[in-house]
Write a protein of this length. Structure first.
Length: 171
């Protein structure tokens, strides 16, 4: 029971093992009511390593993951140009979908995914996780209060890293 809700274990598949895919796998492994069932990536060495770290199955065949009747939710963490095709297949197969941002390459693709999710009665969401990151909120507060001066460039290899690079004033 979490927050007054009796939650069943949800079997999850993660598609893509880049930075965000590895993060999704780690987080699903830590959530008490999710079971990281299978991870997929085109790079067999990478997906095998990530699957071993997270105690899940793996495949290099995204269609195999999508067609698995045990998987109820998929996280799509692949390059943006692949989001629409993969998400549409997952929705057509009856899976709930979390797709990393940006949702798709075009507005038309996004609208087609929304229509399919509504038609099938499935959940479709976009991963705007940084919107809720306290470190990002704090950084924005500091910039708005002019505590740290003008923020000219922000780069981050990690969602929790607040490294900034300043461009020369002549730039």
């Amino acid at each position: 029971m979490i927050g007054g809700f009796d939650l069943k274990t949800l079997n999850v598949g993660v598609i893509g093992c880049g930075v965000w895919g590895r993060n999704h796998a780690r987080v699903y492994r830590q959530i008490p009511f999710t079971n990281l069932h299978t991870i997929s990536d085109i790079d067999e060495n990478r997906v095998k390593k990530i699957a071993q770290l997270n105690g899940s199955e793996y495949t290099t065949d995204v269609d195999k993951l999508i067609e698995d009747p045990e998987i109820e939710l998929v996280s799509i963490c692949t390059p943006t140009v692949t989001h629409a095709e993969i998400a549409l297949k997952a929705l057509e197969a009856g899976k709930h979908v979390l797709v990393e941002k940006p949702m798709t390459d075009t507005l038309a693709e996004a609208k087609s995914l929304i229509a399919m999710a509504e038609k099938k009665g499935l959940k479709l969401t976009v991963g705007f996780v940084e919107r809720f990151n306290p470190a990002v909120d704090k950084a924005l507060d500091l910039v708005k209060a002019d505590t740290i001066g003008d923020c000219l460039l922000y780069t981050s290899p990690s969602p929790r890293d607040l490294s900034t690079s300043r461009m020369p004033s002549s730039a």
